[in-house]
Design a protein around this ligand. Structure first.
Ligand code: SF4
Length: 197
């Protein structure tokens, strides 16, 4: 049922030119994962080159690293998550999407959240965080915290985490390192997903 609604929304999105990114994309990058019963929506920044080519989010180097981290913490990309981005089309040269572009694309993002209606929203990286959280706190200071925010007329549990592209720059798994913190945050998310409440 949810998947059918999501498919209809995707069909609408395919021809979208509500912002200038619609003129340069190859494919819209609508979603991946479990639209029917995911307990968490993971929201990234924007499609990159590989995503634009394939139409699937998080398939490049950062996506592969994300998959490794998900595997390590027992989170199933296919079953536990529905994966999206703040905008559905690739910004040229992988620049950060502008506020105007994010605003234009919000119609799809909010509708996806409303349809899937997950227990948790994961803000993956500072662009996703800033799309919903206006306090100017850097992601390094707020990652791993559970925020309760009103999104689409409903109070939702949200948790910011690092974007895997940031983690590509760091390799250490020592305590306190970005990769170790990412693992810690994903374990927390796994526990929230499993929590029966
Ligand atoms: S980024 Fe979003 S609003 Fe802009 S053209 Fe693509 S689908 Fe439409």
């Amino acid at each position: 049922m949810k998947q059918k609604q999501l498919d209809e929304l995707k069909d609408e999105c395919k021809n979208c030119i509500a912002c200038e990114l619609g003129n340069t994309r190859t494919n819209i990058v609508f979603s991946d994962g479990n639209g029917n019963s995911a307990k968490a929506i993971l929201i990234g920044e924007a499609p990159g080159e590989n995503e634009d080519k394939t139409g699937i989010p998080f398939v490049g180097r950062a996506g592969k690293l994300l998959n490794e981290f998900l595997e390590k913490t027992g989170i199933s990309r296919e079953n536990d998550l529905y994966i999206i981005n703040t905008v559905k089309c690739r910004p040229p040269k992988n620049r950060v999407p502008s506020d105007t572009e994010k605003k234009a694309c919000e119609q799809y993002l909010l509708k996806q959240i409303e349809i899937v209606n997950p227990k948790i929203l994961i803000f993956c990286g500072s662009t996703a965080l800033k799309s919903f959280y206006t306090n100017k706190i850097p992601i390094s200071k707020i990652r791993g915290e559970i925020l309760e925010l009103e999104i689409g007329g409903k109070i939702r549990k949200c948790i910011p985490i690092f974007h895997p592209s940031y983690l590509l720059r760091y390799h250490s798994l020592e305590e306190g390192s970005p990769r170790a913190l990412m693992l810690k945050d994903l374990v927390k998310i796994k526990n929230l997903i499993n929590d029966k409440k």
